[in-house]
Write a protein that binds this ligand. Structure first.
Ligand code: XIL
Length: 302
């Protein structure tokens, strides 16, 4: 069990959760969200299909609810996400060339404009790399080649100059071909003066698989002159609660050891509401009770 809240120990880094109003009818879930965490990422509510279901028709009902919840509970918000190959509405998937470029810029300026000044950081582009470190083929590369990335960051800086602008991806937590591709891109963007402030490491792990060079890898990115953050941590560990707890502590410690690591966000709160529910990847069980992982997180934060 835990003696007080994660957020009470979070004096060096933010400690966050992906939250969805879908589960707010569960009072245990809602109270854990506000009591334990001081950083909030909308799990789905700021994605393109949620905010712009038809072209030029923006729907902010659920995103507004989360931003309001965050304000009420004194939490900072990570906006997620503006340019991604997934959860793209069909109207946008059918656009090409300059029409898609204009739609991308319009989307960024509308969504970021709505929350201008109220969002700590935005995942401007998400999951743009293949495992071999090359850029993923998508509607974005087809319309703009690699240039969509710089264009998106420039549009984002214009829309909300106070938000930290991140690139976010998975399987980049250790030093490998994919993270090195990203490293080279971030270096190039910085050299070109493209406004990028941070790199988000999703960290969807399974128990026993946290890369031993996580801290080294976070530090090499920080040394490029950007912030780093663990943005979507979950650790599949059904039947492996002790290993899972050790791994959660390791990730927190690795972030704490890197001065530019601003925070750790866990991708959910209670196992049963996780996108990987069958692997019990979260610190609280189906009833909202603290697992060994929660105790380990609290210990690592102290
Ligand atoms: C996931 C959500 O958790 C699910 O509810 C949804 O069905 C699919 O997306 N990488 C990301 C997140 O950047 O947005 C994804 O979230 C998980 C993988």
């Amino acid at each position: 069990s835990i003696s007080c809240a994660f957020r009470d120990h979070a004096n060096k880094i933010y400690i966050g959760a992906a939250v969805s109003p879908t589960y707010f009818s569960d009072a245990t879930y809602q109270s854990l969200a506000g009591a334990q965490f001081n950083f909030l990422t909308p799990e789905n509510e700021m994605k393109i299909d949620a905010t712009e279901p038809s072209q030029g028709q923006f729907n902010y009902a659920q995103a507004d609810e989360l931003v309001q919840f965050a304000q009420t509970n004194n939490m900072k918000v990570r906006g997620h996400t503006l340019v991604w190959h997934s959860q793209v509405p069909s109207w946008m998937q059918s656009l090409t060339g300059t029409a898609l470029e204009e739609a991308m810029k319009n989307h960024i300026s509308n969504v970021m404009g709505r929350y201008k000044g109220g969002i700590y950081a935005w995942d401007v582009v998400n999951e743009v790399f293949n495992e071999d470190g090359t850029l993923r083929d998508s509607i974005w590369t087809q319309a703009m080649q690699s240039g969509f990335i710089a264009t998106a960051f420039q549009a984002a800086r214009e829309a909300d100059p106070n938000a930290k602008l991140y690139i976010n991806d998975y399987n980049i937590e250790g030093v490998n071909a994919k993270s090195t591709g990203l490293y080279n891109l971030v270096q190039e963007l910085k050299t070109q003066g493209v406004p990028i402030d941070g790199v988000g490491f999703q960290a969807h792990f399974t128990a026993g698989s946290v890369p031993t060079d996580l801290q080294t890898n976070l530090q090499r990115f920080a040394d490029l002159g950007v912030d780093v953050a663990i943005t979507e941590l979950d650790i599949g560990g059904a039947g492996q609660e002790a290993q899972q707890a050790t791994d959660y502590a390791t990730v927190i410690q690795d972030c704490l050891a890197v001065s530019r690591c601003v925070g750790v966000t866990i991708w959910g709160i209670m196992d049963k509401y996780s996108w990987r529910a069958s692997t019990n990847p979260l610190p609280f069980d189906d009833n909202g009770n603290a697992k060994a992982a929660a105790t380990a997180i609290e210990g690592a934060l102290q």
